[in-house]
Design a protein around this ligand. Structure first.
Ligand code: NDP
Ligand code: GDP
Length: 326
C-alpha cells in the first residue's frame, strides 16, 4: 500500500515542492491549509499537481482539529512546514508568530503522541536560530542565538522536537535549513523581491528597487533540493537533526548585482538603500556546514549561486511577459 504523508503548509514554497517530490516517490499526499476566504493554490497549480494532492483544512492553533485530522488520515509521516515564516513581520506580530511557528509544532507533536506515536515527524527548523552567530560556519553543534521573534519561536519548536524524541521515543527530526529559494519563493523575501523587480525593470514596468540591509549575508540554496533532504531524514534508521546548506555565503548586494547582470543592467543604477526595510535586529551572516547531511544522508546541493539567481530571474521574466500578454 502507498505510504501516506501529511504536509502542513502545502500552499507555501516548500510544501508545493515537497508534495511534488513525495508524489514522485509514490506517496499518497495530504496537504493541510488554513481556512481563508480565498484558498491560494497558485504554487500547486504552477507545478501542475493540484489535483494529485488531497487538501484538508487544518488549524495549527486547534489541538482537537489536529487530532481529528491525524485520526482520519493516519499518515506514516508528517512534515510540519506551516509557519508565519517572514522574519520582518514577526517583529510586528511576535505573539501570533509564537502561536503558529512555535506552539503549532508543539500541538502537532502532542497530537502525534496522543493519536499514534509511531508517526514520523519532520520539523522545519531554520538557520535563523543561529542568529548572532557564535561560530563560522554553523553546524548542528553551534550554539543558538535567535535575533527575532520568528527565530525564538522556531527555537522553541526545535527543542520540543528534540524533547519529544528523547522523552517519548517519537521518530522526530529537525531539519535546520539555511535559506532556500526558487521561482516559488514569496515575493516579500529579498531574493524574489530582487528577481521580480529586475524583471519588471527590464520590461519598463518599474525604475528602482528599494532594499534594506545590503550587507547581510546568506547561504542561499535551491528549494527543490532542500525538500529531498527533509524526506531523507525520515528514511534513516534513527531520528536526528541535520543542517542543510550550500556552505557558500553571499551578500544581498551580490545577489542584486548578479540578478541585474543577468538582464544586462548595472545594479547601481536602480538599487536604493531604504532604512524602511531595516529590521530592529538583523542577522548579518549565515553560512552552513552540511557535512553531517552529506555523510549520513548522502545529500549535497547541486545548483550553484549563479545558476539559482539566473533561474529565478528567467522565471520572473517569463511571468512578467505573461502578465503583460507579450
Ligand atoms: P512559506 O511562507 O512559503 O509557506 C508557509 C506556509 O505556512 C504556507 O502554506 C502558509 O499558508 C502556512 N501558514 C502561514 N501562517 C499560517 C497559519 N497561521 N496557520 C496555518 N498555516 C499557516 O514558507 P516556505 O515554504 O519557504 O518554508 C516552509 C517552512 O520552512 C516554514 O516553516 C519556514 O519557516 C521554514 N524555513 C524556510 C526556509 C526558507 O528559506 N524557505 C529556511 C528555513 C526554514 P498560506 O498560504 O495560507 O499563507
Ligand atoms: P530571512 O533570512 O528569512 O530573513 O530572509 P529574507 O529574504 O527576508 O532576508 C534576508 C536578508 O536580506 C535579511 O538580512 C534582510 O535584512 C535583508 N534584506 C535587505 N533588504 C531587504 C528587503 O527589502 N526585503 C527583505 N525581505 N530582506 C531584505
Amino acid at each position: 500500500m502507498n505510504r501516506k504523508a501529511l504536509i502542513t503548509g502545502i500552499t507555501g514554497q516548500d510544501g508545493a515542492y515537497l508534495a511534488q517530490f513525495l508524489l514522485s516517490k509514490g506517496y499518497k499526499v495530504f496537504g493541510s491549509f488554513r481556512r481563508a476566504s480565498t484558498l491560494n493554490l497558485e504554487r500547486l497549480d504552477y507545478l501542475g499537481i493540484r489535483e494529485e494532492v488531497e487538501l484538508i483544512p487544518l488549524d495549527l492553533l486547534d489541538l482537537g482539529n489536529i487530532i481529528r485530522v491525524l485520526e482520519k488520515v493516519q499518515p506514516d509521516e508528517v512534515y510540519n512546514l506551516a509557519a508565519q515564516s517572514f522574519v520582518a513581520v514577526s517583529f510586528d506580530q511576535p505573539v501570533a508568530t509564537g502561536e503558529v511557528t512555535g506552539l503549532g509544532a508543539a500541538r502537532m507533536l502532542e497530537a502525534i503522541r496522543i493519536v499514534n506515536p509511531k508517526i514520523k515527524f519532520y520539523q522545519a527548523s531554520s538557520s535563523e536560530m543561529f542568529g548572532k552567530v557564535q561560530s563560522v560556519p554553523q553546524n548542528e553543534k553551534t550554539p543558538f542565538y535567535p535575533r527575532s521573534p520568528y527565530a525564538a519561536a522556531k527555537l522553541y519548536a526545535h527543542w520540543m522536537t528534540v524533547n519529544y524524541r528523547e522523552a517519548y521515543g517519537i521518530f522526530a527530526c529537525s531539519g535546520i535549513l539555511f535559506n532556500h529559494e526558487s521561482p516559488l519563493r514569496g515575493l516579500e523575501f529579498v531574493t524574489r523581491k530582487i528577481t521580480y523587480t529586475v524583471a519588471r525593470i527590464k520590461h519598463g514596468l518599474a525604475n528602482e528597487l528599494r532594499l534594506g540591509n545590503l550587507k547581510a549575508r546568506r547561504d542561499w540554496g535551491y528549494a527543490p533540493e532542500y525538500v529531498e533532504a527533509m524526506w531523507l531524514m525520515l528514511q534513516q534508521p534513527e531520528p536526528d537533526d541535520y543542517v542543510i546548506a550550500t556552505g557558500e555565503t553571499h551578500s544581498v548586494q551580490e545577489f542584486a548585482q548578479e540578478a541585474f547582470a543577468c538582464v544586462g543592467l548595472d545594479w547601481r543604477d536602480y538599487v536604493v538603500e531604504d532604512p524602511a526595510f531595516y529590521r530592529p535586529a538583523d542577522v548579518e551572516l549565515l553560512v552552513g556546514d552540511a557535512n553531517k547531511a552529506r555523510e549520513k544522508l548522502g545529500w549535497r546541493p547541486r545548483t550553484t549561486f549563479k545558476e539559482l539567481v539566473r533561474l529565478m530571474v528567467e522565471a520572473d521574466l517569463k511571468r512578467v511577459e505573461d502578465q503583460c500578454g507579450r
